[in-house]
Structure formats: C-alpha cells, structure tokens
Write a protein that binds this ligand. Structure first.
Ligand code: SAM
Length: 238
C-alpha cells in the first residue's frame, strides 16, 4: 500500500471514530451558524423535483432532508454508520421515501458517470486530506450529468496568508478564549490539529475555486456565508 493511501485510511478511521461518538450531540453542537449555512446551501442548490442528488458527509440529514422535502432523490453518504442510521430514521419519520443512506468514506465513493444532477456537501469536506479533496472534485465532475452542479459549504480559510484568513483565525481564537480554561484547552487542541492537518483541514475559497476549475467545471461562484463559512458552486458544462 502506498503511503498516501495509508494516510487516507488513517484519516478515514479517525473520522469514523470521532463522528460515531458525536451522533447524538451533533444537532446541538453549533459554534458556527449551521442553520444559516444549511439555508444558504439549500437556496443556492435550487434543487428541482426529481433531481438526483448526492450529499457528501450527510450526517443526520440537515441538508439531505430539506432537499428531499423539495422533491429530490437524495443519497446521503457518511463514514459513520450511526449518522447514516439516524438520517434514514429521520427520513422514515417524515414519510420521505426518496432518501437513501450509504455508509462509505467519501474517498471511496464510486458512482456511475453522468448520473447525478447535484452534488452537495456541508461542513464535511474540510475533514478530507488535501489530495483527497482534489481527487473528489475530479470524481464529482465525472458523476455529474452535463449541466449538473456541485455546491459546497464549509469552513473555508487558509493558514493565515490572506487578510480574510487572519480575521477568521483571530475571531475563532477570541471566541474560544472568552470561554475560559475549557476554551483555552480547545485552542491548544485546535492549533495542533490545524497546523498538523489532523482532522481539521480547511482550505480557502480560492483553493476550492481552483479545484473546480482544474476539474473542468464552469460557472463557478464563491461567497462568504458567515465568518468562517464559505460557499462555492460550479457546473459541468452542457
Ligand atoms: C460536521 S458534520 C456535518 C454533517 C451534515 N453535513 C450537516 O450539515 O449537519 C461532518 C459529517 O461528515 C462525516 N464525515 C467526515 N469525514 C468523512 C468521510 N471521509 N467520508 C464520509 N463522511 C465523512 C461525519 O461522519 C459527519 O457526519
């Protein structure tokens, strides 16, 4: 096995462990304005009844469910079996028979070429290693039907190279610092994670835009939703 594959496998195992422990608490988490991010993504996605959609890192369905309620057929992908089970249960509870939940790492997802109208993801792709983000965008461009779209919302910032990066990092540090010793502990933990690129691996909106362009996608848009959260969308040419 190549070293890169081993690193990806370790990253996936870690995400599975971390998120399987957070199934019950994710709804009440909320350091970012997640409801606002979800609403912005759903608005930009502009899903149509009958659209075939894939939600990458679907969690318990905060994006999958609203899209399915608009008439889309949504395949929710998650590395955690607990998250996928919760998503499926929520769909059943709401009487939605157009939701499927699949437990598979995004890095291993393989879909038929030209079969998808819309690929979405909210607050999940920053967990992928940088080479895996690039591979994913290339793969997703192939899954899309001509004219199909990809819409990604996530924490989007680099490592301090731009003014926006510095403002986001400063505001995150100040928010945590105000929480007292518990927050200081999280600062220490997060600094190590961000610097060592363990678990938290955000990249900037510009970097996402470049990945979309490199995959041959067009009509690329990028905007800030709330402080750290950005939204990038693109289309497979007709
Ligand atoms: C921050 S939560 C976001 C969940 C959901 N998209 C939402 O907006 O509420 C991240 C989700 O991504 C999933 N995830 C993380 N890494 C993953 C991977 N490599 N493959 C599939 N899912 C992954 C986690 O299990 C978790 O459910």
């Amino acid at each position: 096995m190549r070293l890169a594959d081993l690193a990806t496998r370790r990253a996936v195992q870690r995400q599975r462990r971390v998120w399987s422990d957070r199934v019950a608490s994710w709804n009440t988490h909320g350091s970012v304005n997640l409801a606002g991010v979800t609403a912005a993504l759903v608005a930009v996605a502009d899903v149509q009844p009958g659209d075939v959609v894939v939600d990458l890192g679907a969690g318990n369905g905060q994006v999958t469910i609203p899209l399915a309620m608009r008439g889309a057929h949504v395949l929710g992908i998650d590395v955690s079996q607990g998250m996928a089970d919760t998503l499926k249960a929520e769909a059943v509870r709401r009487g939605l028979d157009t939701v499927e939940a699949m437990t598979v790492p995004i890095e291993e997802l393989d879909l038929p070429a030209g079969s998808i109208d819309l690929v979405v993801s909210s607050y999940a792709l920053h967990h992928l290693r940088d080479p895996d983000k690039a591979k994913l965008v290339q793969a997703a461009a192939g899954w899309l039907k001509p004219g199909g779209r990809i819409v990604i919302a996530d924490m989007m910032f680099g490592r301090g190279g731009t003014q926006r990066d510095r403002e986001i990092i400063k505001s995150k540090l100040l928010t945590l610092a105000r929480k007292g010793p518990g927050g200081w502990w999280r600062i220490a933990k997060n600094v190590v994670r961000y610097l060592a690129r363990v678990q938290e691996r955000p990249i900037s909106m510009e970097a996402w835009t470049e990945l979309m362009r490199a995959a041959g996608l067009t009509a690329i848009t990028a905007s800030t939703v709330v402080a750290e959260a950005g939204l990038v969308s693109a289309q497979r040419p007709q």
